[in-house]
Design a protein around this ligand. Sequence first.
Ligand SMILES: [Ca+2]
Ligand SMILES: [Ca+2]
Ligand SMILES: [Ca+2]
Length: 276
Amino acid sequence: MKLMGCRNLILLALAVSAMVGLRDHALEAQSGPPAPTVSVLRNSGLAQTVWPGDFNGDGITDLASTAPRQFGAGPSPVVIALGRGDGTFNAPRSIGYTGHVVSVADIDGDGKADLLVVDEPAPDVELRFVLGNGDGTFTNIRRVNSFDGVEFALVSDLDGDGIKDVIVGAPDDVIQIYPGRADGTYADMVPLAGGLFIHGGIVADFNGDGRKDLAIANHYGRSVTIFLNQGAFNFLATDVPVGMQANDVTARPISWWRCRTAATTTTTSPKAPPAS
Ligand SMILES: [Ca+2]
Ligand SMILES: [Ca+2]
Ligand SMILES: [Ca+2]
């Protein structure tokens, strides 16, 4: 399907090019779009990573995050700030579960956004889906597993069976894949060896075969590992050095006429030691 889509896109692009001509393209490139206007709105009621999503089904983007932690208090609640549609949001309110959000996905396929939350019952943390009701409220949880910690978590259907799977970056530099089952449980974990200090990851199709691959940033490994999906949760790993500490990774199409997708990573140079 993907290759057929690319072919159609190429034919359409050739037809459009023939109609408008290259000269028009050159003029368009010279003028360029106007610079965007950016305004900054601060919301002190949201702590840690803020995840956008439409949690009450009104077509307006809402925000999911965690309330700021109070000194001496237990884990903070997950909060939702409903969007008003004018760039502002209602006051964040607790959804009745604690932890911090690491992903937004419709895990049960009911068309309502769910939250993937890391909770902190000692001594381990638990990764759970908190299922959305589609009206901004949440009830029921679906447990994935417990961990020493969670560096990142991704949700995607890696084997193409129509059921979303969960990919977890664990602190021991192992990428743990949990194949989803139709009954909402998970099959035995599939481990993938990451590089030194895995720090972020993304799912994308890097070789255009229609299968979803993984790219993982290795902070101290100074590399990005590409796991090409061979099907049935088998992956072919290639380590790509980036020369600096890799903090995170994202993916963008860079050559639409070949339907190619590239992984890009954010890096930092380690600080030089102080002069003696
Ligand atoms: Ca909304
Ligand atoms: Ca759902
Ligand atoms: Ca699946």
